[in-house]
Design a binder for this molecule. Structure first.
Ligand code: PLP
Length: 420
């Protein structure tokens, strides 16, 4: 029996992904290990978008005609599906462009609240971590610059975990929000978000989880996590570009001022001023991305049919294999935890004597797609003592054979550059 158990019928899954059947450089089969950047899309998602355009295309929430009604049903049906997937109420799901916009929405609302409970000002604190993707870092820096609030952060340990020794001290009576990743896109680390949320709530702070790398890869239940906000993108979970999700607790969304404004989000408009619809419409100005919502709903169906527990188990098996295989390579250092405990399927590493871009280029010549650079997490790389890294990320369609191909490819790069 293999040391790495199978939890999914990967060959059947791969047949749903047309891109995985193509060859790439030097006629090599594509080994796609860059799903952390964006996932490939199954035919079910492509068909859902195509069917929408072919049969139901109209602007949702407008038009009294049949197609308009059908488009509204597709859009609101997608919202209901996402809500069920997260264990949320339907009105707690706001469609955004992506995770980045979802986080900006919250950060902007906090500086745009002139009187309410979201108001942030000098003396207030925003707590983030050194592990964040820039999408969950720069918006908070900007919020602090606009309001005079102070940005604080939890450090990362040399192992790539969050240093929680001083968590209680770091969350003070002035902390307005704690914004933390639910799974690092570099080290795969899964911080204890539920524990952080409990500590934050005890001090009256709100909690936002950046779930861009968790919702696609593990079961996520917003009530069990205890977060107030949660953000993710469809394109990393088999869905299309251009649509993401902000989950927000109902009472909070209700109290929040809008972010982007215009049509579709208003109640009454007069030349002197306007009033706004309740959430989620308050946060969805303009003609909505209905085809993308249809694609996201199909992605949710696809993942639900596999079972998110099985998805997580499959990735854990691949990650265990990758950690074992990469550990064997002289001169290779894995960034982050070297066991699968509280760790997802992002494996970043440095190869002594070979620049990450060179590693990536050699792997690309072999048909292996990985990401190189700082992966939009520059402070985390600094904390781990590197400028850049090479990163392999796994998903439902990856195989153990591809993990072996990665390890062989790295050895080949070492020989090519006479390193290791
Ligand atoms: C952890 C994390 N947060 C946020 C984002 C931003 O996602 P998007 O670019 O889809 O908004 C990413 C994308 O790589 C990510 O990995």
């Amino acid at each position: 029996m293999s040391a790495y158990p199978e939890h999914l019928d990967v060959e059947a899954i791969r047949a749903d992904f047309p891109a995985l059947a193509r060859t790439v450089r030097n006629d090599n089969p594509l080994v796609y290990l860059d799903s952390g950047a964006t996932s490939q899309k199954p035919v079910q998602v492509l068909d859902a978008e195509r069917t929408f355009y072919e049969r139901h295309n109209a602007a949702a929430h407008r038009g009294t005609h049949l197609l308009g009604e059908e488009a509204t049903d597709v859009y609101e049906g997608a919202r209901a599906k996402v809500a069920a997937f997260l264990g949320a109420d339907v009105d707690e799901v706001v469609f955004t462009k992506n995770a980045t916009e979802a986080i900006n929405l919250v950060a902007y609302a906090m500086s745009n609240d002139r009187s309410g409970s979201f108001r942030v000002g000098p003396g207030d604190e925003i707590l983030i971590t050194e592990m964040e993707h820039h999408a969950n870092l720069v918006p908070w820096q900007q919020l602090c610059e606009r309001t005079g609030a102070t940005l604080r952060w939890l450090d990362v340990t040399p192992e790539g975990r969050l240093d929680l020794d001083h968590l209680d001290a770091m969350i003070t009576g002035r902390t307005k929000i704690v914004a933390v990743t639910h799974q690092s896109n570099v080290t795969g680390t899964i911080p204890p978000v539920a524990e952080i949320a409990r500590a934050a709530h005890e001090k009256g702070a709100l909690v936002l989880a950046d779930a861009a790398q968790s919702v696609p890869h593990q079961p996520v239940d917003v009530a069990a996590l205890g977060v107030d906000f949660l953000a993710f993108s469809a394109h990393k979970m088999l869905g299309p570009y251009g649509i993401g999700v902000l989950f927000g607790r109902a009472g909070l969304l209700e109290a929040m001022p809008p972010f982007l404004t215009g049509g579709s989000m208003i109640e009454v408009v007069r030349m002197e001023g306007s009033t706004f619809l309740p959430p989620p419409q308050r946060f969805e100005p303009g003609v909505p991305a209905v085809a993308e919502a249809a694609g996201l709903a199909a992605a949710v169906d696809y993942l639900s049919a596999l079972g998110m527990g099985n998805v997580a188990a499959h990735e854990e098996s691949l990650t265990a294999h990758a950690l074992d295989a990469l550990r064997e390579i002289d001169g290779l250092r894995i960034l982050g935890p070297d066991t699968t405990k509280d760790r997802g399927g992002a494996v970043a590493f440095e190869v002594e004597g070979v620049h990450p871009h060179d590693v990536g280029q050699v792997l690309d010549e072999l048909g292996i797609a990985v990401r190189t650079g700082h992966h939009c997490a520059w402070p985390l790389h600094r904390a781990l003592g590197v400028q850049a890294s090479t990163r392999a990320t796994f998903y439902v369609y990856n195989t153990h054979g591809e993990v072996d191909a990665l390890a062989d490819g790295i050895r080949y790069a070492q020989r090519f550059f006479k390193a290791g």
